[in-house]
Write a protein that binds this ligand. Structure first.
Ligand code: UDX
Length: 427
């Protein structure tokens, strides 16, 4: 099949490359000149483990090409995937302006039957809107179908998730589009759920909201565990082994961040309010999540004293989670923001993220970052922070305090080296 992918972020690029692996011819379309130039050279413009090798392979074999020419790309492809961003609007709803603009271009340039697929996370009812936007711009009436086919890729393991999905959701009322989508996904060994577009759109929001709920559940419980001196990791293990609950997304820490959970939970709450069916559980999920970085600050204050002014704190990790260079809604940055408000001297490190402008000092090595620090905060669960040279670090720091916002460090290990360790109910 000839497939057009509109939007070359991690979702679009990963999706396109997976289709190349399945033997299809793919075109990646983006209006951003720099992104297209880089991709044409076989270089990713973002960090995603394993994807660069696949990109070079398929660029070299010409299985994937990249372009900024919308008209030609729309005309030459029959299956079009919309993978553009749906950022959060000021009122919490999803901003559909990029999706609308793509739909209008498709309508304007289409020359024959097309199947238009939304992969971007879009609110319930968007497939209908896309249909309208395409129709509005058509010069002559050409048939087309719209499909909702949400992605469930995690940043940092997008490739693995795309190659081995838990399920594939196809939301359409068109028989022709269903046959085409079934054929596209015929080599995947996972259940395929065929439903209508609105249910498909809701599945994506429900999945992300449920996972966010698990995280807030364990984080709130961790606060009680802290009071009662109970190790929350044992609770996660103990309940996670119950197959009705499952072990995933029960890791307590600084709360969830990233480009999806915060915005998607808010968008679902917004949809619910508009429909006068408030989702009070999800409202609490958001509240708990917003409080979690402050919970760590309270721990720091309870240990170092209420007045943190002029203390030096080393923060390890800026990304919203390990294996990504994405800092959107990063819990670590929220902790840093609070520390800066308290007039703390913040020194930070991240193995991948290099922030262009920041109101804190970013250093190249862990040693430089911790030198002279009154405390060390773990902000991101990078593997390289799990087994540090504690003897060396202790010698460099002014005071031996560790605040592990991600529960990734062995408490006994660090205490053995004379550190005072505080995690999120990590005993
Ligand atoms: C998420 C969804 O998992 C994916 O299916 C969807 O398509 C996009 O959004 P992503 O945002 O890449 O993926 O990251 P994810 O691994 O889900 O983690 C989200 C946040 O939750 C991170 O900040 C992570 O550190 C945090 N998290 C995750 C926890 O705090 N505890 C956990 O147990 C799991």
């Amino acid at each position: 099949m000839k497939i057009l992918i509109v939007g070359t972020g991690y979702v679009g690029t990963t999706t396109g490359l997976i289709f190349c692996e399945m033997g299809h011819q793919v075109t990646g379309l983006d209006l951003d000149e720099n992104k297209i130039r880089s991709l044409k050279e076989g270089k990713l413009h973002f960090y995603e483990p394993g994807l660069d090798a696949l990109l070079s392979k398929h660029v070299a074999a010409k299985h994937i090409t990249f372009t900024r020419k919308t008209e030609k790309a729309v005309k030459e492809n029959d299956l079009i995937f919309i993978c553009v961003g749906t950022p959060q609007d000021a009122d919490g709803s999803a901003d559909l302006s990029y999706v609308k603009s793509v739909a209008e271009s498709i309508g304007k340039y289409m020359n024959k039957y097309k199947v238009i697929v939304t992969k971007s996370t879009v609110p319930v009812g968007t497939a209908e809107l896309v249909t309208q936007w395409v129709s509005d711009k058509q010069r002559t009436q050409i048939p087309f179908d719209v499909v909702s086919n949400p992605e469930f890729l995690r940043e940092g393991s997008a490739l693995q998730d795309a190659l081995k999905p838990d399920r594939i959701v196809i939301g359409t009322t068109s028989e022709t589009a269903t046959i085409m989508m079934r054929d596209l996904y015929k080599d995947f060994e996972c259940p395929i759920i065929e439903t209508n577009p609105t249910a498909s759109e809701m599945i994506k929001y429900a999945a992300n909201s449920f996972l966010a709920m698990k995280i807030s559940f364990i984080n709130e419980l961790a606060r009680l565990c802290d009071k009662l001196q109970i190790n929350v990791n044992d609770i996660s293990k103990g309940i996670g082994l119950d197959h009705r609950i499952g072990p995933h997304f029960l890791h307590a820490g600084l709360g969830y961040g990233g480009s999806c959970f915060p915005k998607d939970v808010n968008a679902l709450i917004k949809t619910a309010k508009e429909n006068k069916v408030p989702l009070s559980i999800l409202e609490s999920v958001v509240t708990v999540n917003e409080e979690q970085p402050h919970y760590l600050i309270e721990k720091i204050k309870a240990t170092l004293g209420d007045d943190l002014k002029n203390k030096t704190i080393a923060v390890l990790g800026l990304a919203f989670k390990a294996n990504t260079d994405d800092t959107r809604e990063s819990p670590s940055l929220k902790v840093i923001e609070r520390l800066l408000q308290e007039e703390v001297q913040v020194k930070a490190h991240d193995p991948i993220v290099k922030m262009e402008e920041s109101p804190f000092l970013q250093l190249a090595t862990i040693e430089e970052t911790v030198a002279g620090a009154d405390a060390l905060v773990i902000g991101t669960d990078w593997d390289e922070y799990k087994n540090l040279d504690w003897t060396g670090i202790k010698q460099l720091m002014k005071q031996p305090f560790i605040f592990d916002g991600r529960n990734i460090i062995d408490r006994d290990d660090t205490e053995g080296f004379g550190f005072h360790y505080l995690g999120v109910a990590n005993y």
